[in-house]
Design a protein around this ligand. Structure first.
Ligand code: FES
Length: 82
């Protein structure tokens, strides 16, 4: 999904303006989300271009970014039951 943004706008602001409030699986087991908006709560961590997590509320959006949840859901293994 492509998300439009204004120059200087943060990732979180751009996502919120598009109605995206769920940032996927977070480090604590809770869903990632925008909360404090000042980099303190770490609830908005996202992975950008496969790199280490950043705060979406502090990181400026830029063209071509690929965002992902901090933790991808773990798929149960198939066909390996005892
Ligand atoms: S919303 Fe709290 S650190 Fe980003």
């Amino acid at each position: 999904m492509a998300v439009p943004f204004h120059p200087g706008e943060t990732i979180a602001a751009a996502l919120l303006r598009c109605g995206v409030t769920d940032l996927g699986a977070g480090a604590t087991g809770l869903r990632g989300r925008y909360f404090c908006g000042i980099g303190t709560c770490q609830a908005c961590l996202v992975s950008v271009d496969g790199a280490s997590p950043v705060e979406a509320c502090l990181t400026p959006a830029r063209e071509g970014m690929h965002l992902a949840p901090v933790f991808a859901p773990v798929e149960p293994s198939q066909g390996s039951e005892p």
